[in-house]
Design a protein around this ligand. Structure first.
Ligand code: MF3
Ligand code: CO
Length: 251
């Protein structure tokens, strides 16, 4: 395993730019998600948006991934592949995960949006998952450890009766989409790598309404909950600095 890459202020500036585009993209996509649109249409619009902003898609071709964004609906957890056959409908919860590269640096973030009126359980799941991301970010400060992040996320999620996915984690990010350290959404206080100024990481809780077990569909990508319960995903890329932690993927 290679060492955690500490970024200079200039490198963090580049990451701020790439992640700003991701933030704007997610806001744009959230605004055009509605019943009747296909996930392929959203993917196409995402690619146009990214190019218009001078960046390139970060996921396309990554480990052979075939699209610009990942769109995962209801019991789909992450890595859903956009398709012209997949039509969004009222009541769905739609997770959109987006990555770009600008000037050699990755941006990466995700949101889950409700389509029209969704069930009370779905609403609670979205709220708790997004809150758990912010709990994780609050724990991501100089002097804490990676385990403190996972602990904060897991506590919040389980306190509300949901479960955190174990098989996928957050990650360091920079010139590569996935750098060390891995950032699990579960953990123990005081365990794992020490958080230091200049670390840039993506924190991305994937939270299931039922059990934490997941499986991958035959397409080789789409991860679904084993019990077909609903799942939500929120992600931010952050920079840990001497005196504060900055969320880079916020418009
Ligand atoms: N946010 C996800 C991650 O960081 C997106 C990766 S999708 C892939 O792992 F297609 F690029 F693999
Ligand atoms: Co990520």
């Amino acid at each position: 395993m290679t060492a955690i890459v500490i970024k200079t202020n200039q490198e963090i500036k580049y990451l701020r730019e790439s992640n700003r585009i991701v933030a704007l993209l997610l806001r744009y996509l959230a605004g055009i998600v509605r019943p009747g649109v296909t996930t392929a249409y959203l993917d196409h619009q995402a690619e146009r948006f990214i190019h218009k902003h001078g960046a390139v898609p970060g996921f396309k071709g990554y480990m052979g991934y075939p699209a610009t964004v990942c769109i995962s609906i209801n019991d789909e957890v992450v890595h859903g592949i956009p398709s012209p056959k997949r039509v969004i409908k009222e009541g769905d919860i739609v997770s959109i995960d987006a990555g770009v590269i600008l000037k050699g640096f990755y941006g990466d973030a995700a949101i889950t949006v409700p389509v029209g009126g969704v069930s009370p359980e779905a609403r609670k799941l979205l709220q708790v998952t997004e809150e758990s991301l912010y709990k994780g970010i609050e724990a991501a400060v100089v002097g804490n450890r990676v385990g403190d992040i996972g602990y904060a996320v897991q506590q919040w999620v389980e306190k509300h009766g949901f479960s955190v996915v174990r098989d996928y984690t957050g990650h360091g990010i920079g010139r590569k989409l996935h750098e060390p350290p891995q950032v699990p959404n579960y953990g123990e206080r005081g365990k794992g790598a020490l958080l230091r100024p200049g670390m840039t990481i993506a924190i991305e809780p994937m939270v299931n309404a039922g059990g934490f077990e997941v499986k991958t569909r035959n397409d080789g990508w789409t991860v679904v909950t084993a019990d077909h319960s609903l799942s939500a995903h929120f992600e931010h890329t952050i920079a840990i600095m001497e005196d504060r932690t900055e969320i880079l993927s916020r418009p």
